[in-house]
Design a protein around this ligand. Structure first.
Ligand SMILES: [Zn+2]
Length: 465
């Protein structure tokens, strides 16, 4: 009885200290980390190494395997308490040769690229008239007689916004445009690149097929080439285009989620997850997408390990496999850790270029919002404000909130992101070192403060999103 009472008393004392989300020592270390991170070029070193030594790293390819080996070696050299590879079965698709040209009445080449997962054209290519739709919805509403035997051209322009919200309404046509076109008898899809740029690069990205609908080849054309086709169609209806794609389905391959952990001192079973995806498209060197994210979360862990003090919770860095071709690594992680998801304190992913980060959104139980406010107070000197509480956390971690895992979205300025996204132009020179450093500093403080927060983050009810 006495023992029970003293336990209750001890509990009360503990709960009175819970009033403060962060104790003094945690904040002192946070200041030291900020100073350290702001003077470090660790993230740049990681990014320069990955983009130079590995380069493009499409899931399932030999380059992807080299990226995994690179990440494992890097993590081991950094001195994580644990480094693990978790296998992920991924599709292995290769782009091959891609070519398109207007054959009649104004013969000239077009700049195109295959959409990821597309089938090849038949031997010798396809030559057909084109039919233009301003949006996917217009195609869906069209009379099949208009589409049958044609190459469907969807010409939906993407709007530029800091938060990238122009992407969602347009990218749907990339995902299901070929299926919708094929349902009406089209022979192929030409998609205006999902892009905010006016440069002559075609932007790739994943598309998908469904059972029972013919698999037609699908390619993106550069924005200026889309404008060119539109001008031709203004002159006459019958514009013939020849399309040749060599795209290859090479079956399945094994890739890996690469995981590094800093073990927590007092709550090692509780996980603060910071992630990014290791794979990239094959055309650029994946500097912005998502080498920058890899560099940010890797360097954040490196900064925390340089501190003599251990975090209370475990900090887990996850470099996801095969994000680009359908969140394959994300789903594998979710399934492999299914029975431990309730031990994930919070998760966040950097996958929107190099930054800077200007706002933190969250998805936590309402009673934990004061902890988010206290967190953002520490990030405010870096220019970060608090946003809403409906965050999705980033593409790979977005599969976790439906299972109750709290997430944070550390929003990066993406004003220029879709100028380079999924093109040969996504290269190291597009990354601004100062932005990368700011984002890394924010992730460092986020991971440290969340790993040491006194607040309870409780699983939030599934919303089915
Ligand atoms: Zn990405």
């Amino acid at each position: 009885m006495l023992r029970a009472l003293s336990l209750i008393a001890a509990g009360l004392m503990v709960s009175s200290t819970l009033a403060q989300p962060f104790d003094t020592a945690t904040l002192k270390h946070s200041d030291a980390l900020r100073q350290h991170a702001e003077q470090s070029d660790a993230a740049w070193q990681v990014l320069e190494s990955l983009t130079t030594e590995v380069g493009p790293r499409l899931a399932g390819t030999e380059a992807d395997a080299r990226a995994v080996a690179w990440a494992k070696a890097r993590f081991e050299a950094m001195g994580f308490d644990a480094v693990r590879l978790e296998p992920v079965t991924v599709p292995h698709w290769e782009r091959g040769f891609a070519d398109a040209k207007v054959t009649l009445p104004f013969p000239q080449p077009l700049v195109i690229t295959a959409l990821g997962n597309s089938v090849a054209t038949p031997e010798g290519g396809i030559e057909a008239g084109i039919v233009r739709f301003a949006t996917l919805a217009d195609l869906q509403a069209a009379d099949p007689a208009q589409v049958k035997g044609k190459l469907v051209f969807i010409d939906h322009k993407m709007e530029r916004y800091k938060d990238g919200r122009g992407y969602g309404p347009v990218v749907k046509a990339r995902g299901i445009g070929a299926v919708e076109a094929a349902k009406k008898g089209a022979v192929g899809l030409l998609l205006r690149s999902v892009s905010t740029s006016s440069h002559r690069f075609a932007h790739t990205g994943v598309m998908r097929y469904v059972d029972d609908v013919a698999r037609i080849p699908a390619a993106a054309i550069s924005p200026p080439d889309a404008d060119q086709l539109t001008r031709m169609l203004a002159r006459q209806d019958d514009i013939q285009v020849k399309l040749e794609l060599e795209a290859m389905d090479k079956g399945k391959s094994t890739s890996y989620n690469v995981i590094g952990e800093i073990r927590g001192a007092s709550k090692p079973e509780e996980i603060v997850l910071i992630g990014a995806h290791l794979d990239s498209w094959d055309e650029g060197t994946g500097a912005l997408d998502d080498g920058a994210g890899v560099a940010i979360v890797t360097a954040a862990a490196e900064h925390i390990m340089a501190l003599k003090q251990r975090p209370e919770r475990t900090i887990r860095v996850v470099l996801y496999a095969a994000e680009e071709i359908g969140l394959i690594g994300a789903k594998a992680y979710r399934d492999a850790h299914q029975d431990k998801l309730d031990q994930h304190y919070i998760a966040a992913e950097a996958d929107f270029g190099a930054g800077p980060i200007y706002r933190l959104d969250s998805r936590v139980n309402e009673t934990a919002r004061p902890a988010m406010e206290a967190l953002v107070e520490q990030l405010a000197p870096l220019g970060v404000s608090l946003g809403h509480n409906q965050s999705w956390g980033g593409p790979d971690v977005s599969v976790l909130p439906p299972l109750g895992v709290p997430v944070a979205g550390l929003n990066m300025d993406g004003t220029d992101y879709f100028d380079y996204h999924h093109t040969p132009d996504d290269t190291l020179d597009k990354v601004k070192p100062e932005s990368l450093k700011q984002s890394t500093t924010v992730y460092t403080l986020f991971a440290w403060l969340m790993a040491n927060a006194n607040s309870e983050l409780r699983p939030i009810p599934p919303t089915g999103n």
